[in-house]
Ligand binder design. Structure first.
Ligand SMILES: Cc1cc2nc3c(=O)[nH]c(=O)nc-3n(C[C@H](O)[C@H](O)[C@H](O)COP(=O)(O)OP(=O)(O)OC[C@H]3O[C@@H](n4cnc5c(N)ncnc54)[C@H](O)[C@@H]3O)c2cc1C
Length: 409
C-alpha cells in the first residue's frame, strides 16, 4: 500500500489525538481516585473518635481526664480508681500549683476562684482533695460520656473490659509511683535513675487537732548547723556546707524538706553517715521552731519523739524515669501511655511534685489529636515518638532546673 504525505499527516494527527485522549482519561481517573480518597479520608478523619481510659483518679489522672473531655474527638471516658470517692476527695496533703501551670489549667476551665486555697507569689496552695473533688464535679458537664469507676482496682482481669470497647482507645496509666497498670498492659517497668546532684532529708509533723487549711510555704537558705555535740571536733571546718529548708503542708501535717548541694564536706559526710537519730531529730526540731509561721506554736522535744517522722540521715535526691512511657498495641488498636508519678518522680518530697506531672500534660491534647487520625504505621510511630520525646524533655528540664526552682531559690 502507498501512502502519500497527506495520509501520513492525517494518520499522525489521529494517533496523536488518540494518545491525548488516553492521557486525558488516565489523568482524569487518577484525579478522581485522589479526590475520592481525599474526601473519604477527610470524612473518616472527621468521624474518627477515641475512647480514653484512665487508671488512677489522682491529680494527674483527673487533670488528664479534664483535658481529654475537651478534645472534640474523645467521645467516651472511663476512669478506674481503686479507692472510693470519699477517700479520694478527702485526701489531705497540700499541693502547690506553679504560676505557669495555673494559666495552663485555667485554659482548661479550672476556676481557681471557686477552689478553697491560698495564693502567694502567683502560686496556688490547696488541699489535693479540694482539687480532685472539683474535677470530679465538672467532668460530667462536658459532652463526652463519662464513667468514673470508684472502688475498682485495675488488674489483668480488666484488660478484657478494654478489649471489647469498640474503636481506637487510649489508656493513660496514672496510678502513681507504685502503680502496675503500665506493666500489666505490656510496658517495661524499667527505670532510669538520675542524680540531682543534691542530698536531702525529710520530716513530717502530724497533729490531730489542727485544721486542713492550706498554708503557703516557707523557704530559708544558707542555714548552717553546729554538730559539735554529735560528731568529733575534727569534723568542724571553716567552709561548712549551707542548707536550704522548706516548710510546707497544712497545719495538721507539716513537712520539712532539707536539701544541700552534693559535696563531700565533713558536715555533709557526717549527716550522711552518722546514725544517731537524735541528731536529725534535733536539726528538724530546731529548724521548725526557728522558721515556723508566727501563728504556729513551737514544738517540744517530747512532742517530736511521738509525732515526728523523719529521715535518719541525708540521702541522695534522685529522679526516677520509666524507660518506656508510650506504646501501641495493634491487635486491639490501643495506645498506652504513662503519666504523673507512674512515669517519673523524685525520691523526695519538694511540696511541688504535682507540677512535674502537670507539665507533661501539655502534650496530651496534641497527642490525642494526632493518634485519633493516625492511619499509617509512620503516623502511629511519629505520634508515639512525639509523646516520648516530650516526656524526656520534661525529665531533662527538671534535672536542670527543677530542684533549683522548688528548693534552692
Ligand atoms: C503523703 C504524701 C504527701 C505529699 N505531699 C505533697 C505535697 O505537699 N505537695 C505535692 O505537690 N505533692 C505531694 N505529694 C506528692 C503527690 O502525691 C504526687 O506528686 C501526685 O499525687 C502525683 O499524682 P499522680 O496522680 O501521678 O499519682 P497519685 O496521686 O499517687 O494517684 C494515683 C492514683 O491511682 C490510684 N491507683 C493506683 N493503682 C491503681 C489501680 N491498680 N487501679 C485503680 N486505681 C489505682 C490510686 O488510688 C491513686 O488515686 C505527696 C505524696 C504523699 C504520698
Amino acid at each position: 500500500m502507498r501512502c502519500n504525505s497527506d495520509d501520513l499527516a492525517h494518520y499522525m494527527q489521529a494517533s496523536y489525538s488518540h494518545a491525548s485522549m488516553h492521557i486525558f482519561i488516565t489523568l482524569s481517573a487518577v484525579a478522581v481516585f485522589i479526590g475520592t480518597r481525599h474526601v473519604f479520608s477527610k470524612i473518616r478523619n472527621e468521624m474518627a473518635n477515641l475512647t480514653v481510659i484512665i487508671i488512677g483518679a489522682g491529680p494527674i489522672g483527673l487533670t488528664s481526664a479534664l483535658i481529654a473531655v475537651q478534645c472534640k474527638r474523645v467521645h467516651r471516658l472511663v476512669i478506674f480508681e481503686e479507692e472510693n470517692r470519699s477517700r479520694v476527695e478527702n485526701r489531705s496533703y497540700q499541693i502547690t500549683i506553679q504560676p505557669s501551670l495555673v494559666s495552663f489549667l485555667r485554659g482548661y476551665g479550672v476556676d481557681f476562684d471557686n477552689l478553697e486555697g491560698e495564693w502567694q507569689d502567683g502560686c496556688f496552695y490547696t488541699r489535693v482533695g479540694v482539687y480532685l473533688e472539683y474535677i470530679i464535679h465538672v467532668l460530667p458537664l462536658y459532652r463526652a460520656e463519662t464513667d468514673i469507676k470508684f472502688g475498682t482496682k485495675f488488674s489483668r482481669d480488666c484488660i478484657d473490659t478494654i478489649d471489647v470497647m469498640s474503636g481506637r482507645k487510649l489508656v493513660l496509666c496514672c496510678d502513681g509511683r507504685t502503680g502496675l497498670a503500665g506493666q500489666i498492659l505490656g510496658l517495661s517497668d524499667e527505670c532510669a535513675y538520675h542524680s540531682t546532684a543534691s542530698f536531702g532529708a525529710l520530716a513530717a509533723i502530724e497533729r490531730s487537732s489542727q485544721t486542713l487549711v492550706p498554708k503557703p510555704e516557707i523557704r530559708v537558705h544558707n542555714i548552717g548547723f553546729d554538730l559539735s555535740a554529735y560528731v568529733s571536733s575534727e569534723l568542724e571546718e571553716k567552709s561548712k556546707s549551707t542548707f536550704s529548708l522548706k516548710i510546707f503542708g497544712n497545719s495538721r501535717c507539716r513537712f520539712l524538706a532539707l536539701a544541700v548541694k552534693k559535696s563531700d564536706t565533713k558536715i555533709v559526710k557526717a549527716m550522711k553517715t552518722v546514725l544517731d537519730k537524735s541528731m536529725m531529730r534535733n536539726i528538724f526540731l530546731k529548724c521548725f521552731n526557728t522558721y515556723k509561721r508566727p501563728e504556729e506554736t513551737s514544738i517540744s522535744d517530747s512532742f517530736c519523739l511521738n509525732n515526728m517522722k523523719f529521715s535518719p540521715r541525708l540521702f541522695e535526691i534522685r529522679l526516677s524515669q520509666k524507660t518506656e512511657t508510650a506504646a501501641y498495641i495493634s491487635d486491639c488498636d490501643t495506645f498506652v501511655i504513662t503519666e504523673g508519678d507512674a512515669s517519673r518522680s523524685f525520691n523526695f518530697n519538694t511540696g511541688m511534685d504535682i507540677n512535674l506531672g502537670l507539665k507533661s500534660l501539655s502534650s496530651l491534647k496534641p497527642f490525642i489529636e494526632r493518634i485519633t487520625v493516625a492511619e499509617t504505621e509512620y503516623n502511629i510511630m511519629s505520634s508515639l515518638i512525639y509523646k516520648m520525646e516530650h516526656s524526656d524533655r520534661i525529665c531533662k528540664y527538671f534535672l536542670k532546673y527543677g530542684l533549683k526552682e522548688y528548693l534552692f531559690m
